[in-house]
Design a protein around this ligand. Structure first.
Ligand code: UTP
Length: 472
């Protein structure tokens, strides 16, 4: 390790990181030196002061207003005509191979408490099909429907990259062509102890964690994913999170509206069920769209009502986006992108003074992450379209309770039941209206309501029995 690097580390107030270097093997020392050389030591004291020793002040702009959005049901005949054109435009873009999918799967899924990449979690209510399988099968069906291969970009972290790729190989890419599935790895950030000192996960490594889904944009550039998109003629990126198997992997209307409105970054919004619902709020300030996190929106704004009693700040974000490839190119053109950091207080396993690893009982450190939605204010045009919650959003954050695997499975059954009912199948329901069965449909067979009709006809399905567990 050069004296120069050591000096930079000391000047940043982090000389404790050099404590154990005398005990390392030559290979360990080389790897550690490489890791340390990748840190921006000159910026570190500012990050520690701003985000760790102090909490960043959240300043709510005085002119903050609710963002405008296109409602689920068209408000008038002009809008109905626009939606019809968007449906056609989205389908045309898909048929011409202009759309690719992007799944962010680099998170650590700590709340779910599942050992392994979250995408390998068995979410299927009957078969235990995994989250990755849902997306892969939906993409397979979309390819068949629109007659063009759809590239699928999957962002992992350095921690789960290998396990993710191995899973795909074991599953034979779920029948997709390996050529169309592109894995890429996001960046990392060193974790801080609450006193501002970086934590170590071993004597030869910092405690690193993925740099948040905001890291996607730069990782697309650095990994060569953008180059592949350009080479393959992909112009629109359909972005979704790994924990939401309900999401339409490609939505012709959403993609079409993005293109017709000449948006650079678009978003699906859901009408919040209450003022405190834990969704980011779509807002506008100075003509720029932004998301204010639920925890940062002052009560008087969260509670503010329109004349008809509805919430003024009603638009919540389920993290479903379409981005223009050219927008990502523009943002990352210099090979850098500075999105704001967000602080998260976490329990971080690390070495103590003596070099012994321990797992804390209480949060002992700070992780810094950037968020993809912080790219919204950087877009010249943003299009927001209302989504139907029951059709698009079933996040699997926790094992039980709200936003859990349990609630997600219920929503999958409810959506399948609705589709089958539309196709004329009799569905058993409890007194409270809940489906009295567990129903799974292979996404490789049914992408949308139209497909459900085809499947029901092909199977000659008339009814589902009470208490039945069905996988179609
Ligand atoms: P979450 O914010 O829910 O985080 O990520 P998480 O890491 O999955 O779960 P917890 O908070 O530890 O329980 C939302 C989406 O963003 C991805 C996740 O994989 C998920 O699809 N993500 C998050 C990344 O790809 N990289 C990150 O650094 C963070």
């Amino acid at each position: 390790m050069t004296d120069e690097l050591k000096k930079r580390i000391s000047a940043a107030g982090q000389e404790h990181l050099l404590r154990f270097i005398g005990q390392l093997s030559p290979e360990e020392l080389t790897a550690y030196t490489e890791q340390l050389a990748g840190v921006n030591w000159e910026e570190l004291p500012r990050l520690a002061a701003e985000y760790v020793l102090n909490r960043p002040e959240i300043s709510i702009p005085a002119d903050l207003s609710p963002a405008k959005f296109f409602p689920l049901a068209p408000a008038d005949s002009d809008m109905a005509e626009l939606y019809a054109r968007a449906d056609a435009k989205g389908a045309e873009l898909l048929k011409n191979g202009k759309v690719c999918c992007l799944t962010v799967a680099g998170g650590q899924g700590t709340r779910l408490g599942f050992d392994g990449p979250k995408g390998t979690y068995p979410i299927g209510p009957v078969t235990g099909r995994t989250l990755f399988s849902y997306f892969a099968s939906s993409i397979a069906r979309a390819q068949e429907k629109y007659g063009k291969p759809i590239n699928w970009y999957i962002m992992t972290s350095p921690i789960n990259r290998q396990a993710t790729e191995e899973f795909f190989r074991k599953e034979n890419f779920f029948g997709l062509s390996g050529e169309n599935v592109f894995f890429f790895t996001q960046g990392t950030m060193p974790a801080f102890g609450t006193g501002g000192k970086l934590l170590m996960s071993s004597k030869s490594s910092l405690a690193l964690s993925p740099d948040g889904h905001g890291g996607t944009l730069l990782a697309l550039r650095k990994s060569g994913a953008l180059d592949k998109m350009i080479a393959d003629g992909n112009e629109y990126i359909s972005y979704f999170q790994v924990d939401n198997p309900l999401v339409p992997v490609v939505s012709p209307r959403f993609i079409g509206m993005h293109a017709l409105e000449e948006s650079e970054m678009s978003a699906i919004m859901l009408s919040k069920t209450n003022s405190k619902e834990k969704l980011g709020n779509f807002c506008v300030s100075g003509g720029r769209t932004m998301i204010i996190e639920y925890s940062d929106l002052p009560d008087e704004l969260a509670e503010k009502r329109n004349a008809d009693g509805s919430l003024a700040f009603v638009a919540g974000s389920p993290a479903i986006h379409v981005l223009s490839r050219t927008f990502v190119e523009k943002l990352t053109s210099g090979g850098t992108l500075r999105l704001p950091w967000h602080r998260a207080d976490k329990k971080i396993g690390c070495l103590d003074e003596t070099g012994t690893y321990f797992t804390p009982e209480e949060p002992n450190g700070v992780k810094l992450e950037s968020f993809i939605f912080d790219a919204l204010p950087l877009a010249n045009k943003v299009m927001i379209l209302e989504g139907d919650r029951a059709e698009v959003f079933a996040p699997t954050k926790n094992a039980t309770g709200v936003d859990s695997a349990e609630s997600c499975r219920e929503m999958l059954t409810a959506r399948n039941a609705r589709r089958l009912a539309l196709a004329g199948v009799e569905i058993p329901r409890n007194n409270d209206g809940k489906v009295d069965a567990v129903i799974e449909i292979d996404p490789a067979r049914v992408l949308d309501d139209e497909d459900a009709v085809g499947l029901v006809n092909a199977l000659g399905l008339k009814k589902i029995l009470a208490g039945e567990k069905v996988a179609l």
